[in-house]
Design a protein around this ligand. Structure first.
Ligand code: UDX
Length: 435
């Protein structure tokens, strides 16, 4: 069954979901206030870096199923379902800022002509569905339903995650909306969790907070491993074979970043606080994550004696591979602290350099992979890009002045770096010291 869909907001979530909904045969109009973005999309350009997205957008535009506009009235004209996928950035206190959501709800109310289901895809605090309903009602007498359909896609594999979703969470208040959204998800052949709106909103926060907990947990285990001569990668493997634990999300490193985990953990702490509940675990998860980034700088200072006057080559800036997203990337805090302690930095990232420059003052970037480590006293690994994993370490050593690698992503094998004569300190593993 073909449906007419309007998606408001063309960020990661809106653009990917809209494109994937069109790819299964629906007519989708994506709406954004940002004229520059819409112009780019109309010209076949994609405002974000996401593998495969450009091709999928082009395919569906060509098939006449996907279009872009700044005009909400046009977008909503024949729509049966309207998705809200605008940003919910954190406020000072960690609470989600609902300014964009409220303004979109107002506009939807103004343009409502016939029954639609208004669905939030953005991650919103519990109770936002009700708020949207009240706003639209205050503007229009036309019948409509609100619903929640949170998004679980990961940047870098967003299309795969959407096309192969492991569940569709659908929160509704009416059977009519539930049936419509269940039908819409049928081609994805996935398990539908049909529930009320508040539960759906909670599932999203609980999932992200749990995944963040898994990461901070393994990072603390790593920190202990370093003290007791255990190896965290093997600990994680041994734990992960228990299906109740699972092997995923147990990679120790420099902590999580990105647009979701830092924001959503802070938000769920706030949600709990407003419900008079002290969410102790997630508060600790946050503390551990903040500290984990800077442990890498301590490792570097320990390896070099002091950072004063030293030159550091940095591999990777994005918060994870396959994205140019720099939001809350650990590299920001790490590079700032290295420079505070008196070292200079030259950094390489295959796609995030331009974004990084807007977030790290006077960042020097290199276009040339091996040129990054020329005359470096030490090399720092912050993102496990394939290019970084595939580095020819012999060449790296030849280019460097020193022989120190501090690896925040456990990319290299300990025996290999030992043979090549490096001092190599990673996360939760023994320090290889050739001195
Ligand atoms: C995440 C969720 O996975 C997704 O379901 C949700 O909708 C949005 O937030 P994303 O932010 O794209 O997606 O990235 P993800 O791949 O989950 O990684 C988040 C961060 O955790 C990265 O900084 C990554 O380096 C870090 N991470 C992840 C670890 O440090 N160790 C791990 O084992 C896994």
């Amino acid at each position: 069954m073909t449906m007419n869909i309007c998606v408001i907001g063309t960020g990661y979530v809106g653009l990917v979901s809209g494109t994937c909904f069109s790819d299964i045969g629906n007519n989708v109009t994506c709406v954004d206030l940002d004229e520059r973005k819409i112009k780019m999309l109309e010209d076949g350009e994609i405002p974000i870096y996401e593998p495969g997205l450009k091709e999928l957008v082009a395919k569906n535009v060509q098939a006449g199923r996907l279009s872009f506009t700044t005009d909400l009235a046009k977008g909503m004209k024949d729509a049966e379902v309207v998705f809200i996928a605008v940003g919910t950035p954190p406020k000072e206190n960690g609470e989600a800022d609902l300014t964009y959501i409220k303004s979109v709800a107002n506009s939807i109310g103004e343009h409502l002509e016939k029954y639609v289901v208004v669905v939030t895809k953005s991650t919103v605090p519990v109770g936002t569905g009700k708020m949207i309903k009240d706003i639209i009602k205050s503007k229009s007498a036309v019948e409509f339903d609100v619903a929640s359909n949170p998004e679980f896609l990961r940047e870098g594999s967003a299309i795969y995650d959407t096309q192969n979703m492991d569940r569709a969470v659908i929160g509704v208040e009416s059977k009519r909306a539930g049936d419509l959204l269940t039908k819409l998800h049928e081609p994805f052949n996935t398990e539908v969790v049909l529930t009320n709106i508040e539960t759906a909103e909670m599932i999203k926060y609980a999932s992200n907070a749990f995944l963040a907990t898994k990461i901070s947990f393994i990072n603390e285990i790593a920190n202990i491993c370093e003290q007791v001569d255990a190896d965290v990668t093997e600990v994680a493997k041994g734990m992960g074979l228990d299906p109740r634990i699972g092997e995923k999300f147990l990679q120790a490193g420099i902590g999580y970043g990105g647009s979701c985990f830092p924001k959503d953990t802070r938000a769920i702490i706030q949600i709990a606080e407003q419900a008079n509940y002290d969410f102790k675990i997630v508060k600790s998860v946050e503390d551990v994550n903040n500290a984990q980034r800077l442990r890498l700088v301590d490792k570097l200072a320990k390896a070099l004696g002091s950072l004063k006057g030293k030159h550091i080559g940095v591999f990777g800036l994005a918060f994870k591979p396959n994205t140019d997203d720099m939001r809350d990337a650990p590299s920001i805090d790490i590079i700032k602290e290295i420079r505070n302690q008196g070292a200079t930095v030259l950094a390489y990232d295959p796609v995030a350099s331009e974004n990084a420059k807007t977030m790290i003052d006077q960042l020097q970037v290199s276009e040339d992979l091996y040129g990054t480590v020329k005359d470096a006293d030490a090399v720092l690994i912050l993102t496990e890009w394939d290019e970084v994993k595939g580095l020819d370490l012999t060449k790296v050593k030849e280019m460097m002045r020193g022989h120190v690698i501090v690896d925040g992503r456990n990319v290299f094998d300990l025996d290999t770096v030992k043979q090549l004569g490096f001092y190599y300190d990673s996360i939760g593993r023994r320090v290889v010291n050739n001195n």
